[in-house]
Each structure stands twice: as C-alpha cells, then as structure tokens.
Design a protein around this ligand. Structure first.
Ligand SMILES: [Zn+2]
Ligand SMILES: [Zn+2]
Length: 275
C-alpha cells in the first residue's frame, strides 16, 4: 500500500454563529470567530490517498487528475468565497457551522464520491499554522490539533545514577548550569463533531486548559529547579510528555485527549497516547 499526499490552499471568509443564540452567547461559544462581520483564513488542505501502484504508469493516482478534482470540488466552492453566504452547503444551512471540523468533513464527502472506492485516506485542513483538523471518514469523528509553544530550561540528570554515569549518558545535556528549549506542544483531541456547534472542542477551552496546566507550570521555568514535577524526575522529553499528559488529560474531560507531540528541537519529537 502506498500513501500519497497532495497539498492545495484556498482563502475564504466565514463566521461561526448559531442563529438561536444571543450575540454574547455566540462570542462565549466561538470566541472572536463569532464576529458577525466575518474574518478569514489562508486555509491549507492536505489530501492523502492510498492504493497500489499501477503497473503501467507507476502511480497510485495521476496528480493531474487529483489536482483537477481539487479544483472542481474544493477550490471552486471555497476559494475567495464567503462560506456562510456563498458555499453550496453552508450557505443553505445556517445551522451547519463552517468550522474547521465541518469543512474537513464536507471536503471529504466531495472527494470520496469522485475517487475510486477506498482510495481517500485522510483529509487534513489547516485553518492556520497552529490549528488543524484530520478526518478519516469515520462518521462524525474528527481529530483536532492545536499547536502551542513554551520556553523552559532543564538539565538531564538522573538521581538513580552517579555523577560520572550522568555525564557519560547525557553529555552536554548534563551541564550543571542547564540549557533550554522552545518546546512545541501539539495537542490532539478527538471526538464526534457536535451537530449544533460544529466543534469537537472549543479552541478557547483548549487554550484555557493548556494555559493553566502547561504554560502556568512550565513556561519560562527551569524544570529541575522550579517545578515540583521534576524535583526527582529526570526531565527528558519522554518523562516530560507524560507529565504534561497527566495534567492535561483529566482537565480536558469530557474532551478526549488523543495524542501529545512534544518537539524539543526541530530534530526530535516525542509522541504519547496515554498508557
Ligand atoms: Zn475562522
Ligand atoms: Zn535539552
């Protein structure tokens, strides 16, 4: 089985507003996205298809065919449009919010009907660089990811090892004065898209929980010296990603945390899915 990903982009404006809710109620639910005058995004779309390679042409699908499909099914309906007023589905139904989650499902439905059966694997839509949704055709189930950054110092040092062993294993990362990183944390939650709000989780809610549980604890801190979590625990990224999971997961409920990805540097990242 081969997997092929093609990227395209479109620019569109929209707002998220439930007609029955008050202005204040909409802003509480959707944050700034409830602005009735609209806002816009440079959306980036990644379409992943899968299949076997054709013996004659050596391809899973001709990219010219895929591009033509993206143009007629996606760009024609989305690019430089106001989604609430001009999109063939969202404009007809003011109760279907053009959230990142709902747009991702809508694009899947358009593409899956035009591709050979079983070929479409994933639709990923970036609303911006820090926020994207993944859809695999699993009913209303969408994976929503938000990317955060924070800065912290640490020293890799295990209390179970001698100073010499620590120096040998961790090298320059064992420097007693410490060193630091701009950590990038990807928080992926999964769940059924709420029929009324079009959301798996409110981004405001995610931001609030991450601010309180991650940034308040670790941002601009020395992990070994400033945080009780690492008083005795070696702050490797393996340990760090689990510590973050343990503080985030219970505070996100009933939203289901699916995966944390912690980037220590551009050269390495660590994924954790819970136990
Ligand atoms: Zn928006
Ligand atoms: Zn380090």
């Amino acid at each position: 089985m081969y997997y092929l990903t093609r990227q395209t982009a479109f620019e569109a404006s929209h707002y998220n507003r439930i007609p029955e809710l008050s202005d204040a109620g909409n802003f509480e639910l959707f944050g700034a996205a409830a602005n009735p005058n609209s806002h816009g995004h440079n959306y980036v779309l990644e379409v992943m298809v899968k299949g076997s390679v054709d013996v004659d042409d050596g391809m899973v699908i001709n990219l010219v065919t895929l591009d033509a499909l993206l143009k007629s099914e996606v760009l024609a309906n989305y690019d430089h449009k106001h989604l609430n007023h001009q999109h063939p589905i969202f404009a007809k139904n003011s109760h279907l919010q053009p959230t990142c989650e709902n747009i991702t499902i809508e694009i899947w439905q358009r593409l899956v009907a035009s591709l050979p059966e079983g070929m479409l694997h994933r639709v990923r839509l970036y609303e911006n660089a820090a926020n994207f949704a993944d859809y695999y055709g699993e009913g209303p189930m969408v994976y929503l990811t938000k990317v955060y950054e924070f800065s912290a110092a640490h020293r890799l040092h295990s209390h179970a090892l001698s100073d010499e062993e620590n120096q040998e294993i961790f090298g320059k990362c064992n420097n007693p004065a410490g060193h630091g990183h701009n950590y990038i944390l990807e928080v992926t939650v999964k769940g059924d898209v709420d029929a009324k709000t079009g959301l798996v989780a409110g981004l405001n809610f995610l931001d609030e929980v991450v601010q309180k549980q991650v940034h308040a604890r670790f941002d601009y801190k020395h992990l070994n010296l400033d945080t009780p979590e690492f008083e005795m625990l070696n702050p490797t990224s393996e340990n760090f990603v689990k510590v973050i999971w343990d503080v985030l997961e219970p505070n996100l409920r009933p939203v289901v945390l699916y995966r944390l990805r912690l980037r220590e540097t551009p050269k390495n990242h660590f994924d954790y899915y819970g136990e």
